[in-house]
Design a protein around this ligand. Structure first.
Ligand code: BG6
Length: 293
């Protein structure tokens, strides 16, 4: 791998694994440095990195259910946000492209998860034949994370998925999110009422919203003090969750440290979570986000 400041030192590996034909690890993108060496993702000081709990920070992958879905029978028994973020993934390989000017150089890491590799417990809770490839691509100015979900079985299944990105920011009070103007959203902190966004999103208390923008190709931009910090362009992933736990929720999460860390993070999560997506036998679904700083 080329040594550059924004190399993906980001992936959790668990030392001391028993020997397996391919390497496996709990897999969450934990960190991403920009050209200047500044960390751009938020990671809790108390995040569990040993696989005993989903990582509080970075970019955990939500699949096959967002939150819990007691009324959706096939996913009703699954834990919050499904099993993918707590599973051991196979490392499938690395590919790099180099260029003389380094402007389009990239490194791509691929990880796989399937019915054959999840735990027996997860299989019992969600017995479908699937495979998932999660790709993390790093270029000098962007981080690209993508998923391909394939139905390997002989019956359809329904899923939700989300790239649960924790962005690091300086001061939540100065943050605004554009690209969601006029979008319909479900307000999870106000009885799941359906509302419509007026103007940019700003955060002045607990926010937990599922946006369904009419035009999914409009970039979602996180700005701070009027200056653009991150631009998120989505492929296929039609919904955007905006989450900040604010004071009380942060207090209630044992793995959220420091407790005032909510001031330095905002989750803007690209996904497909409004209703369920049906995948017919043999079909595949792909989705991606490209984050540019
Ligand atoms: C967000 C949800 O995506 O994730 C919130 O909209 C939830 O409702 C948050 O609280 C964190 O979830 P978890 O399971 O990582 O604590």
């Amino acid at each position: 791998m080329v040594d550059r400041p924004n190399k993906p030192q980001a992936l959790v590996t668990t030392p001391g694994l028993p020997h397996k034909p391919r390497s496996t690890s709990h897999m969450t993108t934990l960190a991403w440095k920009d050209r200047a060496g500044n960390e751009r993702l938020w990671l809790s000081d108390a995040a569990k990195l040993d696989g005993s709990k989903a990582v509080r920070g970075g970019i955990p992958l939500v699949f096959p259910v967002f939150g819990t879905a007691p009324d959706h029978e096939p996913t009703s028994k699954l834990p919050q946000h499904g099993f993918a973020r707590n599973s051991r993934w196979d490392f499938l390989g690395k590919s790099t492209t180099e260029s003389s000017g380094q402007t389009d150089a990239s490194v791509k890491l691929d990880f796989g998860l399937s019915k054959a590799t999840i735990t027996d417990e997860a299989k019992k809770l969600w017995p479908f034949s699937f495979s998932l490839i999660y790709s993390v691509t790093l270029t000098p100015d962007a981080l690209r994370t993508g998923i391909v979900i394939t139905n390997d079985g002989d019956q359809p299944f329904e899923f939700q998925t989300l790239l649960h990105t924790y962005f690091r920011i300086g001061d939540i009070n100065k943050v605004s999110v554009s690209g969601l103007e006029d979008a319909a959203y479900i307000d999870k902190v106000d009885g799941a009422k359906e509302k419509q966004q007026a103007g940019d999103v700003s955060i002045a208390g607990e926010v937990d919203r599922v946006y369904h923008p009419a035009n999914p190709s409009t970039p979602v931009v996180i700005s701070e003090g009027g200056e653009s910090k991150f631009s998120i362009v989505r492929e296929t992933l039609g919904d955007v969750v905006v989450w900040n736990p604010w004071t009380e929720k942060a207090q209630g999460m044992g793995d959220f440290e420091p407790k005032d860390g909510y001031k330095n993070m905002i989750c803007v999560e690209a996904g497909s979570v409004k209703g369920f997506t049906k995948l017919e036998a043999g079909d595949a679904y792909s989705g991606e986000q490209v984050i540019t700083v």
